[in-house]
Design a protein around this ligand. Structure first.
Ligand SMILES: NC(=O)C1=CN([C@@H]2O[C@H](COP(=O)(O)OP(=O)(O)OC[C@H]3O[C@@H](n4cnc5c(N)ncnc54)[C@H](OP(=O)(O)O)[C@@H]3O)[C@@H](O)[C@H]2O)C=CC1
Ligand SMILES: CC(C)(CO)C(=O)C(=O)O
Length: 302
């Protein structure tokens, strides 16, 4: 299969690198990482130990492939969609965190957009080198739910490349479940500057679980069947499985970069307000991270 991975930072380089062992992959990203991949290939370490040589470019316009895997941060989805619209693809798959990415892509693309989530831990250590800090799973499917033979084929493609992937018929619920986990783990680890595993301790773990439970309440108001107990235990499971990870939001804070707080806790807050639901923990986390962004990232705009 010909695959373009749009947004080859941490997660995109990991997935693109693994896919590159079996498929024709082009990574779209930024220099100096892309220059390093072009000259010396991509090393994947940690859970994996591989060296691959995918194609790599900083210009994501006018490309052609069977599949576009979108791994930019949610605040870059609109720009990515505009670039992807100049190319030719059969299908796009978002494996980003936050809600609304698939809708944004669909507004710009005239081919189908599938939804996905990833629980792999990835960190771009240095140009040309990605560290897999936790083996996870990629879950994908039709963005409004239901079965999809295209999603089945893509899951098989990922599996053939050694990525644990499955196609599921209930993506809306999965997206909200992942959102609940990220709403808890990401800002709490970013604000307290700890790896995910530190949330095994009280009280930060309880803050993360409460943010997740608030999210489940909003999901139910949106018509998605997601129980409080499901998200509480999911936070604990992900903390255990990704104990060694710096969450993507913590990585952003460490590098002084804009975070995805708006597409995660901010989006929950906005939808909660629409339903008249109070989400005080999400409001607090969004407020604190937002204050950090304004002070440290030129008002959140890079
Ligand atoms: N890292 C992880 O372990 C996990 C991440 N995720 C999710 O995956 C998504 C990606 O996260 P992550 O990999 O950490 O993010 P990164 O910031 O590491 O990667 C995104 C990359 O895309 C680049 N980019 C953005 N727009 C363009 C463009 N138009 N052309 C070329 N390159 C572009 C960015 O460059 P620049 O920054 O210079 O703009 C950056 O290098 C997020 O939604 C995240 O929440 C989910 C699970 C785990
Ligand atoms: C699953 C988790 C929490 C792994 O760190 C993640 O999605 C992220 O860091 O954004």
């Amino acid at each position: 299969m010909e695959i373009v991975v749009f947004g080859a930072g941490s997660l995109g380089s990991l997935l693109g690198g693994l896919l590159g062992s079996e498929h024709q992959v082009t990574l779209v990203g930024r220099d100096p990482h892309i220059a390093a991949v072009r000259s010396g290939g991509l090393s994947i370490t940690g859970t994996f130990d591989q060296k691959v040589r995918p194609d790599a470019t900083t210009d994501g316009t006018g490309l052609t492939a069977d599949l576009a895997v979108v791994t930019v941060k949610s605040f870059d989805t609109e720009d990515a969609a505009r670039s992807l619209a100049t190319g030719e693809y059969d299908v796009a798959l978002s494996v980003q965190n936050g809600i609304g990415n698939e809708e944004t892509l669909s507004e710009h693309l005239d081919y189908p957009v599938l939804a996905g989530t990833a629980t792999y831990g990835a960190r771009l250590d240095e140009p040309g080198h990605v560290d897999c800090t936790g083996k996870g799973k990629v879950t994908l499917g039709a963005r409004n739910g239901g079965t999809s033979s295209t999603a089945d084929d893509i899951a098989a493609t990922f599996t053939a490349a050694g990525i644990d992937a499955s196609a599921v018929p209930d993506m809306p619920r999965r997206l909200w479940e992942k959102l609940a986990v990220n709403a808890g783990i990401n800002p709490v680890t970013a604000l307290s500057r700890v790896r995910n595993g530190a949330l095994g301790e009280e009280p930060p773990s309880e803050i993360a679980r409460t943010a997740a439970v608030e999210t489940a309440r909003v999901a139910r108001a949106e018509g998605v069947d997601l129980a409080d107990e499901t998200v509480r235990s999911r936070v604990d499971t992900v903390v255990d499985a990704t104990a060694r990870n710096h969450s993507s939001m913590y990585q952003d804070v460490l590098s002084g970069r804009r975070t995805e707080i708006e597409a995660i806790n901010g989006a929950i807050l906005e939808r909660a307000e629409g339903h008249g639901i109070d989400v005080p923990v999400n409001r607090t986390l969004a407020g604190l991270l937002g204050a950090w962004e304004r002070e440290n990232t030129n008002n959140g705009i890079r």
